[in-house]
Write a new protein. Structure first.
Length: 203
């Protein structure tokens, strides 16, 4: 019995040891099936068309998830570890590396902006990184300064400094989409995914 108890105790210790690593893995706020980037999903013609995996799939425009994560700087203050928020990152995961002539957009609602756009395009002439609050009747567009998006494999990551949106700012009505022809009309929409989740800067 004693060897068995020792073995059980060791197994329990291992289970506890791996919990922090698992708990630290960010959970995506948006998820979407793989294999449905074909221009038939939610084309803005009323109710969304059901997800389909035919007739074709553009893997480089196929959204699999979007993850918002707050970033921090950690320092010691009177022997205490203090975490100060520095902003947040947004990572759009795709089924493959971004495709040519494709537009990638994250959309959210803020208290001062009904449609925040965080964007990246692979078009040579008009592509690149931008974040903006489009103009509404009686207002002008607001453009925010953020670093260039980082593309690594099938991931596109935007970094938004705390100077742009302060701690406690909450983003709601999260939407991700991919579109073709960014230099012309950003259409057709290849893939789209929405979520009822929210994200608060600094949490």
């Amino acid at each position: 019995m004693r060897p068995r108890l020792i073995a059980l105790a060791a197994a329990a210790a291992v289970g506890v040891a791996v919990l922090p690593a698992h708990a630290a893995t960010p959970k995506p706020q948006i998820t979407d099936p793989t294999g449905d980037a074909n221009g038939f999903n939610d084309q803005g013609a009323g109710a969304p068309i059901p997800e389909q995996s035919s007739p074709a799939d553009d893997s480089g425009a196929d959204i699999t998830s979007v993850t918002f994560v707050s970033t921090f700087v950690t320092k010691k203050v009177k022997r205490r570890t203090v975490k100060t928020p520095t902003g947040f990152t947004v990572t759009m995961a795709l089924a493959a590396a971004p495709s040519p002539e494709t537009f990638y957009r994250i959309q959210a609602t803020l208290p001062d902006c009904s449609d925040l756009f965080i964007e990246y395009g692979t078009d040579v002439a008009t592509g690149g990184t931008s974040m903006r609050c489009p103009a509404l009747p009686g207002s002008t567009q607001v453009d925010y300064t953020i670093p260039d998006a980082v593309v690594k494999g099938g991931n596109i990551t935007w970094t938004v400094p705390i100077s742009v949106f302060p701690k406690g700012t909450t983003l709601t009505q999260l939407i991700a989409s991919t579109r073709l022809n960014p230099a012309v009309v950003t259409a057709p929409q290849m893939d789209s995914a929405t979520s009822s989740a929210t994200f608060t800067v600094g949490k």
